[in-house]
Design a binder for this molecule. Structure first.
Ligand code: LFR
Length: 490
C-alpha cells in the first residue's frame, strides 16, 4: 500500500512552515513545502498576531500539499499561551494578542498577591510567567471590561486554526496546560482558579489529547485548497510538546533543550512534580504526548539575539555567530531571564550594555562581543537549570539533546557542553515538524512498535559535542552571583 501522507503546519514566533511527511520502512521522510515569516504587529500600543495572514499562508501551503496527491491528515502546532475569543456566532471578538504585549505588566504580581502563588501552583503546576493565559485574560478584562462575559468561547491559536479547518472546537491538552488554568492531576480545567480570576468556566473548550481526530476539512477549505476527505488531527499542538516528542533519546539520564526563540530546558517525567523545590525553581509541568509531563523551564533563548540582529539591520546569523566565536573568553555575562529583555525593541543591544554596566562588568561594544555575551550567558543559564532539574527529580542528567533551529549553532552547542559538563547531542533541527507529523501518523496507525523516538533515530543524523575541560567552574560562580535576585519570574 502507498504510505499515508500527513501535513504538519508549525507556527513559530518568527516564522511558520508547512511540511509533508510520510513513514516508510520505519523512517519519516519530510519535505518542507512552504515557509513564511511571522512576528508581532504593533497597533495603537497593542501587540497582536496576524492570524488572518497566517491562515492565508496555511491555505497556500495546503494547496501545494494537495498537488502531491491525497493527503490523509493535517495538524497545526504553534507557540503557547495565546488565544482568540469568539462570540456566540463564532466570530472573532478581538484580535489575537501577542504574549509580549505590555498589557500584562504588573498583572501577575497583582493576581499572585491576591490568590497566592502556592494555591495557583498547587492547582496547575505551571511556572509563573507574566504572559500566561491566566494573566492575559485578567489584563484583557481590565482593558475591555465585559469582554469575558460577551465571549462564548476561548480557543488557543492552534485550536482556532483547527476550528477553521474542521468546524470542530476543542482544546488540545498540551497547549491547554500552558494557560495556567488547567489542573494536570485531575485532568480538567482548574474550576476554583477560574472562579477566583472571574473567568466564566463555559468559555473553555472540551480538552482532548494529542492524536484526536477532529473531523474532515470543511467543504470551504476543500474547495480553496483541493484537499478531499483529509482528516484534521490535533497533534501535540504546543510546539514545544511536538519538539519533545521527537527528541531522539533512549534509556534514562537525558534532558532536552528545545532551542529557538525560547530555550526550553527540561526532562520528561511520568507525572507532574509539584514539590516546594519545583515551585522555588519555578519549574513548569506542561502536558506531553501519551500522558507524559514536560517538567521544564523557559529560558529567554535566542529572542535576545533576534532583536539585536533586527537592531543591527539584519546581518547574517551565521556571520554573527562565527565572529562571536573569535571574541576572547572571559567577557561580561547577563542574566538572560532579566525581565528587561522580554519586550520587543530596537534598543536590545543597549539593554544588554546597560545590564553589564549596572553589574560592574566590561561593556560589550561590537555585535560580535554582544553576541558572545548573549550566547555564553544562555549556556550558563541552561546549565544551571539542568542542575535544578537534577535536584528536583533526584535523577542524573548525563546527556543533553538539543533540538530545533538552535541545534544548528555549533558554537552554542559547544558552550552548552563545556559549561554544563554534559554531552550534547544536536538534532533534529525540525523536531517540531517531526513531532507533529509523528503524532498524526500514530493516530493513523502507522508507527512501528518501537515508538515515535525510534522513528526519529532511524531518520536523522545527529552531532555529538563532548565537554572540554576549561575554566568554566569559576565562570559559573560569577554567573550565579550576577543573576541572584534577577529572574523574569520572581
Ligand atoms: C516556544 C513556546 C514556549 C512558550 C512560548 C510562549 O515556541 O511555545 O514553549 O512558553 O513559546 O508561548
Amino acid at each position: 500500500a502507498e504510505a499515508l501522507r500527513h501535513v504538519a503546519i508549525d507556527l513559530g514566533a518568527s516564522g511558520g512552515r508547512v511540511a509533508l511527511g510520510t513513514i516508510q520502512d520505519g523512517r519519516l521522510a519530510v519535505e518542507v513545502l512552504h515557509r513564511f515569516p511571522n512576528g508581532g504587529v504593533l497597533v495603537r500600543g497593542g501587540l497582536y498576531w496576524d492570524v488572518l495572514g497566517l491562515w492565508r499562508e496555511i491555505l497556500h501551503g495546503l494547496r501545494l500539499a494537495a498537488g502531491h496527491g491525497p493527503i490523509h491528515s493535517v495538524g497545526v502546532d504553534s507557540w503557547a499561551v495565546d488565544y482568540a475569543l469568539l462570540d456566540e456566532h463564532d466570530l472573532l471578538l478581538d484580535g489575537v494578542h501577542h504574549y509580549r504585549d505590555r498589557r500584562t505588566d504588573g498583572v501577575m504580581e497583582a493576581v499572585t498577591a491576591r490568590v497566592g502563588r502556592e494555591v495557583i501552583y498547587g492547582a496547575t503546576g505551571i511556572q509563573f510567567l507574566p504572559f500566561n493565559t491566566a494573566y492575559q485574560l485578567v489584563a484583557h478584562e481590565r482593558q475591555a471590561p465585559g469582554i469575558l462575559r460577551r465571549a462564548r468561547r476561548l480557543l488557543m491559536v492552534p485550536d482556532l486554526l483547527h476550528f477553521w479547518l474542521s468546524g470542530r472546537q476543542a482544546g488540545e491538552v498540551t497547549n491547554a496546560s500552558t494557560t495556567q488554568l488547567y489542573d494536570p492531576r485531575r485532568g480538567e480545567w482548574a474550576a476554583p482558579l477560574l472562579e477566583a480570576l472571574g473567568i466564566p468556566a463555559g468559555l473553555l473548550p472540551t480538552v482532548v489529547p494529542p492524536g484526536t481526530v477532529l473531523g474532515e476539512v470543511t467543504p470551504e477549505v476543500a474547495h480553496e485548497t483541493g484537499l478531499a476527505g483529509t482528516r484534521v488531527i490535533a497533534p501535540a499542538t504546543h510546539d514545544t510538546a511536538s519538539a519533545v516528542a521527537a527528541v531522539p533519546a533512549s534509556g534514562e539520564g537525558w534532558a532536552y533543550l528545545s532551542s529557538g526563540t525560547w530555550s526550553l530546558v527540561g526532562v520528561e517525567t511520568p507525572r507532574p512534580v509539584l514539590s516546594p523545590t519545583a515551585l522555588r525553581y519555578n519549574l513548569t509541568n506542561e502536558a506531553g504526548v501519551n500522558g507524559t509531563t514536560r517538567l521544564l523551564k523557559n529560558v529567554m533563548g535566542l529572542w535576545t539575539m533576534q532583536e539585536c540582529r533586527r537592531a543591527w539591520g539584519n546581518p547574517d546569523f551565521a556571520t554573527l555567530y562565527g565572529d562571536a566565536e573569535r571574541v576572547l573568553e572571559g567577557g561580561p555575562l547577563i542574566d538572560p531571564d532579566d525581565p528587561r529583555f522580554l519586550p520587543p525593541g530596537l534598543d536590545m543591544p543597549q539593554r544588554i550594555q546597560a545590564y553589564c554596566a549596572e553589574t560592574g562588568q566590561a561593556i560589550p561594544q561590537t555585535p560580535a562581543e554582544i553576541t558572545r555575551c548573549v550566547l555564553e550567558s544562555l549556556a550558563h543559564r541552561c546549565a544551571e537549570v539542568l542542575d535544578e532539574l537534577e535536584e528536583v527529580t533526584g535523577g542524573r542528567v548525563l546527556t543533553l539533546h538539543v533540538v530545533g533551529g538552535g541545534a544548528q549553532i555549533g558554537f552554542l552547542n559547544g558552550l552548552l557542553a563545556d559549561i554544563s559538563g554534559r554531552t550534547v547531542i544536536a538534532g533534529p533541527v525540525e523536531a517540531t515538524l517531526l513531532g507533529n507529523l509523528l503524532v498524526q501518523a500514530e493516530a493513523s496507525g502507522s508507527i512501528p512498535g518501537g515508538g515515535l523516538r525510534e522513528v526519529v533515530r532511524a531518520s536523522e543524523v545527529l552531532t555529538h559535542f563532548v565537554p572540554q575541560p576549561g575554566g568554566h567552574a569559576l565562570r559559573r560562580e560569577a554567573f550565579r552571583r550576577i543573576r541572584v535576585g534577577q529572574t523574569v519570574s520572581s
